[in-house]
Design a protein around this ligand. Structure first.
Ligand SMILES: NC(=O)c1ccc[n+]([C@@H]2O[C@H](COP(=O)([O-])OP(=O)(O)OC[C@H]3O[C@@H](n4cnc5c(N)ncnc54)[C@H](OP(=O)(O)O)[C@@H]3O)[C@@H](O)[C@H]2O)c1
Length: 250
């Protein structure tokens, strides 16, 4: 399947130490990409990178808090030194520090959520694009909450909706350079991020009752969608939102 061959492409994936980001890194490296795994804690990233390398892939770990633009810039300096170019950015890291009525959120909650969920992907793209050439591909991991806000997740949902809008703006702006920008909107997926929902039988049963496929997703089920969006199979697709939600938004 030549269209899905990512041999020698350089991919940076944020939030790659576990969950969806790790599954994406495993999938892209299995298709030949040289992966840079990014999150705040280098120890867990190094374990993830070692597992990928043991399986025959190519991965390295780089610690970076994506809420800090200066850390993103410093990371890209290292990437330029090491690889000289960049082909793929997967903006997957996010935070959700406020669970409760949106009206109770304070300025600190807004700043933290905006910094990581919107400004983080923005600066990942702003500072990454100069390293990209024609054929580059960017995926922003948003959420079904962008379209249907989650109960008591108003601030998070607003940032995920903004990420879809930003995806469309940057898709327009970067199209003349041959760089595609798309969004993935996952539904409920079995990760640490969703553990408050999945570990409570009552909340989980209610959430699953809204999903026509009758279950939540495994992280690997998001990885194929990201592979499609970054691969040549999606060469005419930009500015779109790919929903992977078991039918929840029907
Ligand atoms: N799970 C779901 O049901 C679900 C549904 C819809 C959308 N999503 C979206 O999917 C994406 C991945 O979530 P997940 O469920 O896989 O979460 P997860 O398992 O909790 O993983 C989150 C990852 O992000 C990293 N991270 C967190 N804050 C960071 C920061 N400031 N800078 C850099 N890295 C950071 C974490 O590592 P460190 O702690 O080392 O930083 C970790 O690698 C998120 O954008 C989330 O909004 C998830």
């Amino acid at each position: 399947m030549k269209e899905f061959d990512l041999s020698n492409r350089v991919a940076v994936i944020t939030g790659a130490s576990r969950g969806i980001g790790l599954a994406v890194a495993q999938k892209l490296s299995a298709c030949g990409a040289r992966c840079i795994l990014v999150s705040r804690k280098v120890e867990s990233l190094e374990v993830a990178a070692a597992d990928i390398n043991k399986a025959g892939g190519k991965a390295i770990a780089m610690a970076c808090h994506t809420g800090y633009p200066d850390q993103i810039q410093a990371m890209y300096e290292k990437i330029e030194e090491e690889y000289g170019c960049l082909d793929i950015i997967v903006n997957n890291a996010a935070t959700n520090p406020h669970f409760g009525e949106m009206i109770t959120a304070d300025a600190g909650i807004w700043d933290k959520t905006m910094d990581v969920n919107i400004k983080g992907p923005f600066f990942m793209i702003k500072y990454g694009v100069p390293l990209m050439k024609e054929g580059g591909a960017i995926v922003n991991v948003s959420s079904v909450n962008a379209v249907r806000p989650g109960l008591f997740q108003g601030v998070y949902s607003a940032t995920k909706a903004a990420l879809v809008s930003m995806t469309q703006s940057l898709a327009q702006e970067l199209a003349p350079r041959g760089i595609r920008v798309n969004a993935l909107l996952p539904g409920l997926t079995d990760t640490k991020f969703a553990s408050a929902i999945i570990s409570s039988e009552e909340i989980c049963n209610h959430a699953v009752s809204q999903i026509p496929l009758g279950r939540y997703a495994r992280p690997e089920e998001m990885a194929g969608a990201v592979l499609y969006l970054v691969s040549d199979a999606a060469s005419f697709t930009t500015g779109t939102s790919l929903v992977c939600d078991g039918g929840m938004l029907i």
